[in-house]
Design a protein around this ligand. Structure first.
Ligand SMILES: [Zn+2]
Length: 270
């Protein structure tokens, strides 16, 4: 008599939705539907780790291929948890190279080469933002459909290779949406406000943690209307469009970070 030891939980009991290929800088979803007793996934992607709890047999996570991703095959590996038992799974995603256009902008001189006296302030603001982007709250506040923060069209896409007054600077890590000064800016999804401020380059800013490593950024505002610690609903007004910080005119710069990496929010905006 032979004893057959089947691996449990069986992968066949899961429906796993994941794209086969994505572009550099693009966001993408991992969605899993599991059997009864499915409680969550421990996941690793591009040197980041996250635990995604399952609710009613379903787990959903937004991931992204960072701008620094090399083109080629990247592993998505993890452990599925069912009734306290774990089962490893592994998938591959092909990250496809994308060429981003150049953009040349003219701004005030101090927005390209700040007074050295401003550097401690700039460094402190960078540190605060980094800390917020690296948060991985083990609860999902976000849900679909996502809300376009302002109705205006795109004036600058994500990923543009930027030159300010002919000086090369970091690529554009969000999307610029047209809007008049004072137009309401809406929360992309439900979450908790984790940072507000009036920053040197970003001007008046709001950052919202949507859970599971998703954080959104709304900057260059004329006014912020929420405070850190406050929970917000999808579509709630968080501030008003402005032209504060390093800008050439009024607009909303909207940033989407997943697991500490900026990705292109445009595919998720209606
Ligand atoms: Zn921008």
């Amino acid at each position: 008599m032979s004893v057959l030891l089947a691996a449990y939980p069986a992968l066949a009991e899961f429906e796993i939705k994941l794209p086969a290929a994505v572009d550099v800088g693009a966001p993408f979803f991992l969605k899993m539907y599991g059997p009864e007793g499915f409680t969550g996934i421990h996941l690793r992607w591009q040197n980041k780790q996250v635990y995604v709890p399952a609710v009613d047999g379903k787990a959903a996570l937004l991931l992204g291929a960072s701008l620094e991703s090399s083109a080629g095959v990247h592993p998505v590996v993890g452990e599925l948890e069912v009734d306290g038992r774990r089962r490893t799974f592994a998938r591959e995603i092909t990250v496809q190279a994308r060429t981003f256009p150049e953009q040349r902008l003219r701004v005030a001189g101090e927005m390209v080469s700040p007074d050295p006296a401003e550097m401690p302030r700039i460094e402190e603001e960078r540190r605060q933002v980094r800390q917020v982007l690296d948060r991985v709250t083990e609860q999902r506040y976000w849900d679909e459909p996502f809300v376009r923060p302002v109705t205006g069209s795109v004036s600058s896409q994500f990923g543009l290779r930027r030159f300010f007054n002919d000086q090369p600077r970091a690529p554009h890590r969000g999307v610029d949406l047209r809007g008049a000064v004072g137009a309401p800016v809406l929360a992309f999804s439900a979450g908790q406000v984790v940072l507000t401020g009036d920053h040197y380059f970003a001007g008046k800013s709001v950052y919202i943690d949507h859970g599971l490593g998703m954080v959104t950024q709304y900057i260059h505002l004329s006014e912020t209307s929420v405070a850190p610690g406050q929970t917000v609903a999808a579509g709630q007004v968080v501030g008003k469009v402005g032209a504060t910080g390093r800008v050439t005119g009024p607009h909303l710069h909207f940033g989407l970070s997943v697991l500490g990496m900026w990705v292109d929010p445009l595919p998720l905006l209606q």
